[in-house]
Design a protein around this ligand. Structure first.
Ligand SMILES: [Zn+2]
Length: 138
């Protein structure tokens, strides 16, 4: 935990509160449809597949691969000035949902598309942890 975390904090809403409460306990929860089984992120009020409203939450395995990524060389927000260059990655979870996050535990130059990753959690405040992804086995 750190009091020096300067990046934007999650703006928790009633819609995504289960995700963030689970993340604080280092558990990844993804919204899912109880009717068709579809899973997605970020949370929505309707299933993006069948438009149903019978929704719940599931815990994916937390593994996936880098679908795409970009390296930011400019800190567009003040909290990122000390972090440049940093990566932003689209992670394709094994269950299907794509998750925008960061790859950690590896040099930006070594990140590759299709690289297998697994979730890890960065504790940014006593009750706030943010899902990140690290190379499998690291
Ligand atoms: Zn559905």
């Amino acid at each position: 935990m750190t009091s020096e975390y300067e990046k934007p904090m999650p703006r928790v809403t009633d819609l995504d509160r289960p995700h963030w409460e689970a993340a604080a306990k280092h558990q990844l929860l993804i919204q899912s449809c109880n009717d068709c089984g579809h899973m997605w992120f970020p949370p929505a009020e309707n299933c993006p597949n069948c438009l149903g409203t019978n929704l719940g939450w599931k815990e994916p395995k937390g593994t996936g691969k880098v679908h795409s990524f970009i390296i930011y060389h400019q800190g567009w927000l003040p909290g990122y000035l000390k972090s440049t260059p940093y990566n932003v990655a689209i992670i394709q979870l094994d269950e299907g949902p794509r998750f925008i996050s960061n790859v950690v535990g590896i040099d930006n130059d070594d990140i590759e598309v299709d690289m297998p990753v697994q979730v890890t959690f960065e504790d940014v405040a006593p009750d706030v942890s943010i899902p990140r992804f690290k190379p499998v086995g690291k």
